[in-house]
Design a binder for this molecule. Structure first.
Ligand code: NDP
Length: 304
């Protein structure tokens, strides 16, 4: 019987630990601070940012929300970042992506001080991760490692196959797994005979952005399946392909006109040894790891 890796429970555990450590720092007069910059009014970004700010409040982390207008220029954004870089009480700076097209995203992310880069996107932090030095690692892949570790799934010596090589998920996930002594294969859109690799995986990480792309035939029975994908499906035929007979999802689909599916066809989960559900798996860890990174940044910068 496949084990469900409960992202919500693991995230709650991490957040409780962070809250305890934040309280311990408070007794030394230190309060970690996170600044979140949200440009314009992208509905999904507003939801993410709201829950980031709310979680800060719950854990005792100081948070500030900066909301420049959609029309902001790169130079004006750089001035906001420079100001936040210089403020003592701000330990973490997060710029919610995507940004409007007139803003040079790379230039902006590179302008954040590496020690305040709680998203772990700065080239200095990417380099530190690759060099196996302590670093602020991107939140979603760091969450993948926490799920595996806290569920007692052995990483050292396992063959981990990562499908996807983005700078925010695939590449850092591969590097983190390598640092944990997995044997790592990274696959992408130019990989020939993808299934021949995925079928070898003891741990299969799917970060592709295509609904149900990994089919049951592509999975080794007993493997651990980590599904990073978040895809909204609205087409009834596609819905039935993944969820026919699932009364709970049928109700959601009828009510909302859409449901979320990961990059792994849910039929593959039954074959696995353990898997992260979508929703309720990896996605739950992202904010918890942001909180953990903010705490880590505060400690490192202030010498605690
Ligand atoms: P990107 O679009 O940046 O990267 C997708 C990767 O998948 C690319 O490396 C691409 O290869 C690869 N790919 C695309 N098609 C194929 C294919 N046919 N065969 C093999 N590989 C393929 O996406 P992200 O990394 O940003 O996100 C991946 C997924 O994770 C998305 O569903 C996203 O919504 C989700 N996500 C979830 C988060 C969470 O909190 N749970 C956070 C961030 C993302 P190539 O490089 O060759 O183009």
């Amino acid at each position: 019987m496949a084990k469900v890796l409960d992202g919500a429970a693991i995230a709650a555990e991490i957040q409780q630990e962070v809250a305890g450590e934040v309280a311990a720092l408070a007794s030394k007069g230190v309060r970690p601070g996170l600044a979140v910059v949200l440009v314009g009014h992208v509905a999904a970004s507003e939801i993410y940012v709201r829950s980031k700010v709310k979680t800060c409040e719950e854990l005792g982390i100081h948070s500030e929300l900066i909301t420049p207008p959609e029309s902001i220029t790169t130079e004006e954004m750089l001035a906001i970042v420079a100001e936040l870089n210089g403020r003592e009480e701000i330990d973490g700076i997060l710029i919610q992506l995507p940004l409007p097209p007139q803003v040079d995203t790379k230039r902006l992310l590179d302008a954040i001080l590496p020690e305040k880069d709680v998203d772990g996107f700065h080239p200095v932090n990417a380099g530190r991760l690759q060099a196996g030095r302590p670093s602020l690692a991107p939140c979603t892949p760091a969450g993948v490692i926490q799920i595996l570790r806290r569920s007692g799934i052995p990483i050292a010596g396992a063959h981990a196959v990562v499908v996807g090589r983005s700078d925010i998920v695939g590449k850092p996930a591969a590097m983190l797994l390598l640092n944990e002594h997995a044997t790592v294969t990274v696959c992408h859109s130019r990989t020939r005979d993808l299934a021949s690799f995925t079928r070898q995986a003891d741990i299969l990480v799917a970060a592709i952005g295509r609904a149900g792309f990994i089919t049951p035939e592509m999975v080794k029975p007993g493997a651990t399946l980590i599904d990073v994908g978040i895809n909204r499906i609205t087409d009834r035929e596609e819905f039935l392909r993944f969820f026919a007979g699932d009364a709970r999802r049928e109700e959601t689909f009828t009510r909302r006109g859409s449901v979320i599916v990961g990059d792994i066809d849910p039929h593959a989960f039954a074959l696995s040894g353990a898997y992260t559900p979508v929703p309720g798996g990896v996605g739950k860890l992202t904010i918890a790891m942001l909180m953990s990174n903010t705490l880590q940044a505060a400690r490192q910068r202030r010498g605690f």
